[in-house]
Design a protein around this ligand. Sequence first.
Ligand code: ADP
Ligand code: MG
Length: 715
Amino acid sequence: THNIRRLKRRCSAATHMASHAPAAPYKTGLASGFICFIISSMRPDILTPLFVPLGNIKGIGTKTGKLLDKLAGTKTIDALWHLPNNVIHRPLLNVNDCKIGEHATLKVSVMSHNPPNNPKGVYKVFVQDGRGASLCINFFRAYTSTINKNLPVGATVFVSGRMENFNAQRVMTHPDYIAKDAADIPEYEAVYPLTAGVTNKMMRHVAQDCLARCPDLPQWSDMAPPFKQALAQAHNPRSAIEATAVSPARQRLAYDEFLANQLALLLARRHMRRLPGIPVKGDGGLRAIVKNHLPFKLTAGQTAVLDEIYADQASSNRMIRLLQGDVGSGKTVVALLAALNAIEAGKQAVFMCPTDLLARQHHDTMTQLAGQHIKIGLLTGTQKPGDTDSFDLIVGTHALFQQQVQFKNLGLAVIDEQHRFGVYQRMRLTAKGLMPDLLLMTATPIPRSLALTTYGDMDISILDQKPLNRLPIVTKLIGADKIHELVDGVKRAVANGQKAYWVCPLVEDTEKSDLTAVKTRFETLSAEFPGKVGLVHGQMKPQQREAAMSDFVEGRTCILVCTTVIEVGVDVPSATIMVIEHAQRFGLAQLHQLRGRVGRGKLQSHCILLHSPPLSPIAGQRLMTIRDSCDGFAIAEKDLEMRGAGELLGTRQSGMQDFKVADIFLHRQLLHQANTDARRILKDDPLLKSKRGEALRNLLYLFDKDSAVSTISAG
Ligand code: ADP
Ligand code: MG
């Protein structure tokens, strides 16, 4: 994402330099991460002042310019998006009216200087306000000449800073301002996020300078306050509330950003739909056979999702569909049936998984279900199927993306647990010169708001219904000191033929102490259940891991001590107990995924979250959220609330949108409004030709959506 952003920035800079001639074609990552060649369109002249480099501002040298570049960006508009996050109020007061600990500006007369005895001591300047109340101004390591110049005895000056109390004496240490004229001290001072080398004063100067350059733009929305005023207010907050994300000005700007985001996504989507796809429509033969041999009946949800997928496949537009389904909702069989549709039509299909373990497991499942009728290959880091052309379906890991693997006749690519793949991997597949239909699957429910901003350009199918034979999993929080009782409980369950996962945290495979803890747990449990305990972790050889997994699946072991390698996809319906040690160390999404490994059969399943003190309030809240909800979407919403969008799912790396002003959680109402508005706008004015359309084009440029604008005219 970072690189793309840099690239984009460079591109906009390039377009700026050639602002009167169309710039050269460039590559840009569209929101969804698919490569598109786009001719940069021309930015209207009215916007030019906003794209002037910050280095041009008076009083900003090249050194500060570079720092600003890192902090805010290169252009005027970037500095305008760099908003204050606080405000200091400096009311003009008398000494005795000041509140201790708060800022104030005072009009004072300088009475006397009290220099220190040694260079490291405090230099004191005593002053008096109009009512004769005294104030001591302290300077540490002061430059005497500066003090003498700014605060000569007998002068009347304005000082501003934080009022303190020391031994009944009012004290101000290093005033923020000393000025002859009250007008030189802001009553309200915006406080900006800074970086070393950029002072708040500089940042305020830059912001004010940039505000002054902001042109009057035609209105694209009648929401109050108008755009330019909103920017000015956001940079000049008059109260603590006004410096927060929920001030009217900030809300207006957030709406604008969402609107630009939603318009760009809709435009990109419209553009991509124009790309030719391969119409795929099988005769249903293979699907009928496989469906008849399934050990279960498809749920209504699965059937409905399949209908959507088949319709996409049959269409001459390319399918780009995200299938979201909570853990255990049965996505695998849906993907298999979609693949069979392509295969019936004489095409190949690939099924990509994030890990070797999953690739093998899916390969097994699919071979069991369809292996008699089609040729299924396995392609992992350690195993190559040879000639890929001879297979109908290839199941594999990211090795599938490697350059040397070629497909002749690819009709469908399924990407399972898609959030684990970066945008770049997705791009590599499409860059192979193929335009296969894409079915992206994720078991990590994405809150609707996130999905809207990131996948707005995809069709989304949701499997919200689990197979009917499931009982809800019972989740309990248990202190780690109760582990003996827990082991007794597991013993009873195992005696009844049930199986248990026992998960220990292992954040990085290099964390030695964690690995020791996993092995120790394996040993203590082995002592309780001789010969019945298996061990799986990321540092084992794939074959060893494989063997341990099949021992567990086939019942030779009944407890599997493991790390989060089993987090995604693993399917062992006879496992009914999930113990998670140090549960407080896991994120919400991860806990939910882990829990989803049980509850897959007809028996009642339990998830035990072991935790040990001290538990931070936020960790406690997380554990209670998991205990009280089994709904992946609700949990994801809570996660978003507690962590903020950026951290969720590691969105920053996974190519999800991040915003300059808007907060996906705090402003979610506005997001939905922007979504509705964007749809209506493009319906009424598809080429953005009206007056408002023109104004909206400006908006798109303001948020770096140049490529979206160019798709409009590309026709
Ligand atoms: P996920 O959506 O997490 O990938 P899976 O595809 O692994 O879920 O399915 C979970 C389990 O549910 C598997 O054991 C699968 O065989 C079973 N399953 C799938 N569909 C149905 C259904 N319609 N009825 C009953 N069981 C089903
Ligand atoms: Mg799955």
